[in-house]
Design a protein around this ligand. Structure first.
Ligand SMILES: NC(=O)c1ccc[n+]([C@@H]2O[C@H](COP(=O)([O-])OP(=O)(O)OC[C@H]3O[C@@H](n4cnc5c(N)ncnc54)[C@H](O)[C@@H]3O)[C@@H](O)[C@H]2O)c1
Length: 433
């Protein structure tokens, strides 16, 4: 099939490359000319394991191409996916739909022949109708259907998530559009990936409900971790015990510095705004958002406390800037809030991250970026593990200790055992144990 993907970001690139790998003919369109030119040269602008080889293979096979020509792409496609950003709107936290709306307008103007327009971007319930309206206004004669197909991939494991998803959600009541969508995902049908069809509103809401639930699990275990610290319990044992219950499950029960990333913070907030509009309070999600917001700065205070309640002029080394390992994405990463809290307290911050420096340096100021954990740790009072990159799992702790004056390891991901750190003469601060 001929597929157009509007937006060559994390979701658009992964979806486009995977659809091409299924054998479809895919064109990814972006308004960013520099990004598109780089992609045409075979340069992948984001870090996502396996994505560069997947793109290279499918470009070489002639199934994947990149362009800024949206109209031409739409005219040549049976299905057009909208995969542009839906960040938090400045000021009120609603999902900013301006990118989706402008993409819909341009798509509408270009439609020729029956076209299925699919919102893969995470959009508030009811957006499908708005997209439909915009296309109709732009092109009253257009023959089209608007389908919701929210994306559930995780950065860092995006390709395997896309190719072996827990489920594919398709929201539409239009039989013709459903046929087309089944054809798009046919290779996954053959793999027996569950495809669940529902009306468009349900599909749109399912995405927000899913992210809000996962955020709730994280916020929950983080609050339990605080209680563990006061009571002598160990949150890792508690999480293990409750996670073995099949009704609960072990995932998303790792205590840490709070959730971040390009999805949970903005999607939980957007869900609350939708709930306000419909006058249906979501008290649980409200508490989750507030608990998580407080947690990030609280982690900053925890570090200051660990270095004697006075950070002024002291150096702190931050290991990990991305919101999770195996990505270069630092959007709403806990590391950003923690670094800002430390700087507010007067600390000097050095940081190391295998992939996240370029993005972090766009939002942070006065940070010394190091080329290794050991360089970051030089003369620092505390080394703080914020992101659980594999390369932080087996640090040479005695080398770290030799770099540090006052020997505090703040392990916000609970990677190390207290005994192994303390045996080396370092102070150890973890989360919930
Ligand atoms: N990143 C994730 O892990 C993830 C997972 C699931 C869902 N989502 C959702 O998918 C959507 C996209 O997220 P992302 O992380 O890929 O965003 P992103 O910011 O990485 O990419 C968006 C791209 O769209 C382009 N764009 C904006 N307006 C355009 C237009 N009119 N025409 C063509 N291109 C345009 C931008 O230049 C950018 O390259 C969001 O709604 C997000 O919530 C993201």
């Amino acid at each position: 099939m001929k597929i157009g993907v509007v937006g060559s970001g994390y979701v658009g690139l992964v979806s486009g490359a995977c659809f091409a790998d299924f054998g479809h003919e895919v064109t990814c369109v972006d308004i960013d000319e520099e990004k598109t030119a780089a992609l045409c040269r075979g340069e992948v602008p984001i870090f996502e394991p396996g994505l560069d080889t997947l793109i290279e293979r499918n470009m070489a096979a002639g199934r994947l191409s990149f362009t800024t020509d949206l109209a031409g792409t739409v005219r040549g496609s049976e299905v057009v996916f909208i995969a542009v950003g839906t960040p938090s709107r400045r000021g009120d936290g609603h999902a900013d739909l301006s990118y989706v709306e402008s993409a819909a307008r341009e798509i509408g103007a270009a439609i020729e022949g029956f076209t299925v327009v699919v919102t893969k971007s995470t959009v508030p319930v009811g957006t499908g109708e708005r997209v439909e309206e915009i296309i109709r206004e732009a092109n009253p004669d257009a023959d089209f259907a608007v389908v919701s197909n929210p994306e559930f991939l995780r950065e860092g494991a995006a390709i395997s998530d896309f190719k072996r998803p827990d489920r594919i959600v398709i929201g539409s009541d239009n039989p013709r559009a459903l046929e087309v969508m089944r054809e798009v995902y046919r290779p996954l049908f053959l793999n027996k990936s569950p495809v669940v069809e529902m009306n468009r509103s349900s599909a749109e809401l399912a995405k927000y409900a899913s992210n809000a639930f996962l955020a709730t699990k994280i916020a929950f275990i983080n609050e339990i971790a605080d209680l563990c610290e006061k009571t002598g319990a160990d949150v890792q044992n508690v999480a293990h015990a409750i996670g073995l219950d099949k009704r609960i499950g072990p995932k998303f029960l790792h205590a840490g510095p709070g959730y971040g990333g390009s999805c949970f913070p903005k999607d939980t907030l957007a869900l609350l705004k939708t709930a306000q509009d419909y006058e249906v309070p979501q008290l649980i999600v409200e508490s989750v958002v507030s608990s998580n917001d407080k947690r990030k700065r609280a982690m900053g205070r925890r570090i200051v406390h660990a270095i004697g309640d006075n950070a002024r002029g002291k150096k702190v080394a931050i290991l990990g800037l991305t919101f999770k390992p195996e990505t270069d994405d630092t959007r709403d990463s806990p590391a950003i809030a923690i670094i800002q809290a430390l700087q507010d307290a007067g600390a000097k911050v050095a940081a190391y991250d295998p992939q996240g420096v370029e993005q972090a340096s766009m939002v942070l100021t006065d940070v010394d970026y190091a080329s290794s954990p050991y360089e970051a740790a030089q003369d620092a009072e505390a080394v703080v593990i914020v992101t659980e990159w594999d390369e932080f799992r087996a640090l040479d702790l005695s080398r770290i200790r030799d770099c540090m004056r006052d020997l505090v390891l703040v392990d916000l991901r609970n990677i190390y055992h207290r005994q192994e750190v303390e045996r080396l003469g370092m102070k150890y601060v973890a989360v919930g144990r």
